[in-house]
Design a binder for this molecule. Sequence first.
Ligand code: G3H
Ligand code: ZN
Length: 283
Amino acid sequence: MLVTGKEILQKAHEEGYAVGAFNTSNLEMTRAIIEAAEEEKSPVIIQTSQSAITYAGSEEIAMIVRQLAEKASVPVALHLDHGTDWDVVMKCLRDGWTSVMFDGSKYEFEQNIDITKQVIAIAHPMGVTVEAELGKIGGVEDHVKVDAKDATMTDPAEAVEFVEKTGVDYLAIAIGTAHGVYKGDPELDFDRLKDIKSRLNMPIVLHGASGVAEEDIKKAVSLGVNKINIDTDLRQAFQRAMHKVVKEKPDVYDPRKMLQPTSEAVKEVVKTKIRMFGSNDRV
Ligand code: G3H
Ligand code: ZN
């Protein structure tokens, strides 16, 4: 069934687990993610970046995810990931997303508050729930690029003021993770996470979670993270499976046969993450 992000994340917040938010840009990835969630009896969030929307088409990708979500035996939300452009956010609201992220992390604090508030004022009456980002997450996620020197951790006091002034439904915080492939091991600031969660009675979002050690993920969940974004790990699983099929079956030229192993690989990663986040057997 298709639901809002808040419906999924509020329950996760109350019961102390996290739900995976997995990026998609096509039918195969979407189907693999939903099948994995169904097999694990887990709620799931399917998210599209702005560039995935440019690639697939807004109405087209919305139709694919919404159709599969409506038929699914588990709750599924369709979420806009890192919506930095006002027009894209508005289009997603019109085209049927059930959750949107307005990423105003490049703006000054007050401006981020102002625009987030405006997005919420439009989204909430339409029945769509909203994520915002405070602090600046480093690395590269499609069109969002932040140099390590420009990345900034979330200030706990600012987080309280931000949530009070905007009424945002779930908040993405920066505690040391980064988008894309890590060069070294990321060091997460768990004290900061603990502090923020103790001040905010709401779902917290962790970005850049691909490549983060299982014990760190589990600790982050135990300290109150409720939405965990995974993109790079899925892309890499897809890439490995595609390389393998091209290498081992060079005569196969049917796209369906070439894509099937990539879907299976993506599905396996999603299932592993679901169990790691503790959202299995929750439906
Ligand atoms: O917004 C998407 C994510 O934060 C994904 O990050 O590519 O490091 O998994 P990742
Ligand atoms: Zn992100």
